[in-house]
Design a protein around this ligand. Sequence first.
Ligand SMILES: O=P(O)(O)O[C@@H]1C[C@H](O)[C@@H](CO)O1
Length: 313
Amino acid sequence: MHPDAPLPFAETLSVLQTLVPPKLLSPRVGIICGSGLSGLGGSLKEVVLISYDRLPGFVQSTVPGHKSFLAFGLIGSVPVVAMLGRFHPYEGHKLSSVVYPVRVMAKMGVKNIIITNAAGALNPNLAVGTIVVVHDHIALPNLTGMNPLLGPQIDSSYSRFLPISDAYSRSLRRLVFQAAHQLSLDREALAEGTYAWVSGPTYETAAEGRFLRAAGADVVGMSTVPEVLAAREEGMNVMVLSLVTNMVVIPEGYKSVREEVEAELAGKVTEAVVDEVVSHEEVLTLGREKGDLMKALVEKVVEFIGNGNGGAV
Ligand SMILES: O=P(O)(O)O[C@@H]1C[C@H](O)[C@@H](CO)O1
């Protein structure tokens, strides 16, 4: 038993066995829906929704735009399991709780996981509404002691020192671009990039935004990386799609208040400076607007996986 948090896998799986029809009990693909993206669950056929409060080991999602249901169903003929609502450390959840559903998916036999999120763009070439296919990440929390794999190993057969330079499956990333081609999406609809994980819940200051951009990140968000690490530890192929819901506020240059006041005292007319801010409402609005696009891409990729394409199983 894990001393930090006893993980009730047997109990969770036994509840699932009583609630999920046998046909859906061995999902091929796991999906995690990001902020405002739970509509993905709406496209599942023969869907069975299970409230998180019925599942031992699951906590509740408390963030607007996240539900608290595990959905089982079919995309085409492929059985999938989807988290309609994820857990973030900033909600007060332990990292072991945040990644518990990913580990449950692994115990159910899921080999491929598609993780979606809403993110702010640091790269000025990205437009709001773009979906970024993530190929790498920067996780300051991981580097400074906030890593879901810290502590005694939950399974002694797992690697103690997990390499994650290959965390984002190239085969699955290829499938996204093939899916975009089949869906006749404009080239600009998709981009590739690096995701920076921050703990949140505050959005970034301008200086933090500049810092993360200078470090090489294209987008920034408050989730996903813990799930990626757990999924890799469990041996899954991982794909991450970030929907750019807003530009991170990084003004061109600081407009000096001293100079503003001095100019006014000298009788000059100055331009009023209004500081911009980001809000979760705009994140959710964009999630709703682009939810169908994200859904179409995910469905197509699942279809490809079902057909055995791309080297992913
Ligand atoms: O769960 P995701 O990463 O999609 O949600 C993002 C990050 C924060 O939870 C929230 C901020 O608006 O949206």
